[in-house]
Design a protein around this ligand. Sequence first.
Ligand code: ATP
Ligand code: MG
Length: 445
Amino acid sequence: MRLSRYFLPVLKENPADAQIVSHRLMLRAGMIKQASAGIYSWLPLGLKVLRNIERIVHEEQAKAGHIPVLMPTVQSADLWRESGRYDDYGEEMLRISDRHGHDMLYGPTNEEQITDIFRAHVHSYKDLPLTLYQIQWKFRDERRPRFGVMRGREFLMKDGYNFDIDYDSAMHAYNRHMVAYLRTYERMGLKAIPMRADSGPIGGEDTHEFLVLADTGESEVFYDSDILDLNFGDRVVDFDDVSACAEVVTEWTTPYARTDETHDEALYNDIPEARRKSSRGIEVGQIFYFGTKYSDSMGASVVDGEQNKVPVHMGSHGIGVSRLLGAIIEASHDDNGIIWPEGVTPFHCGIVNLRQGDEATDGACGALYEALTAAGLEPLYDDRNERAGAKFATMDLIGLPWRITVGPRGLKNGVVELTSRRTGESQELSIEAAVEAVVKVYENH
Ligand code: ATP
Ligand code: MG
């Protein structure tokens, strides 16, 4: 993309209403525009990152054997009356009535709707296990929408639902989700720690939230610092292998890590003092086993091997797709702007032309652009008639991890400059070598 032809409405000034750095930077980098409280339009740069996050989520769900669907955002209240949640949900639910006077709602989540699909089509244990998921907009009329996309009213969520014949099979689904989520967050450059969370009135112990440590997080968390050393990396896990998945879960759930809701002082004090940590965290996901709550109330059962009708065991599993943009920026920025991890960056590499209109410089930038594109990468070429300082400031603000700077002086010696946004380190390289270096970086993304 040539910047002169793009739509990148960057702001020079810090927006007064943005309290935290990620919100400020998303507005300044022209990624989002507020439409009304907690509701945002996604501008081109923001949309690209959002799509990248979605892509990673889809790829990791596919590996786990989970199947995508897409359910409507507007739901009938009748379904929610069946589960009893229409009355229970409270003011966070946006309730609408259509022209015929039918009660409708904008979905805050989809357990009822997916259960309705399930009960219409699945009747035998032979069709289990089954996990369906979607990435879809949700609406929750939050009391205090704030921090930009972090606590929106309209927000994008990956929500997945497993259907299993019994507890053991449902726990395997739970473990599969934890394994898939660990890899998902790591690909986004995040350390998201699974922490035992409160399962609320449903009971049981089987829920974990994934938290990214950040001062601006809304949750208070307590953990053993040993958990920070765990890395999923690129290990290959067979998702059908029950004990392989369980082993990963054991590895990540053995060190103490809890939110304030389930925090246990006595257990915490058993950790050697130097490793006891408490801080703030951003909830970027949650996995949940809730048994037969919805299958009982909504009549979702299957016939088992002995011809008995049994209610299915279910769980639901969410990732805060739009919140993740904020979380990634909170975890990865400096005074000059965003620093995108390679896995989600909106463009792979920036090209800065220091002498727009100079034949050799324009030619070298064009050659770079073509070579990067031919290698399957997407560069953002700043071809505007702007001062070098302004071009660098824009690149730093929007946070592309790599920048190639091209000017007449370097070209005389046959070199361009390749700079890492994260370290600020630069190397002088030939055009070919610079392209090769960038291509190599993205080989594993
Ligand atoms: P919170 O405690 O932050 O209100 P939640 O526990 O009610 O979230 P879940 O139902 O677990 O949310 O939803 C799954 C994920 O969706 C959360 O882990 C979070 O990342 C994201 N999410 C929830 N509410 C919002 C919101 N208002 N804006 C943006 N993302 C959200
Ligand atoms: Mg949650």
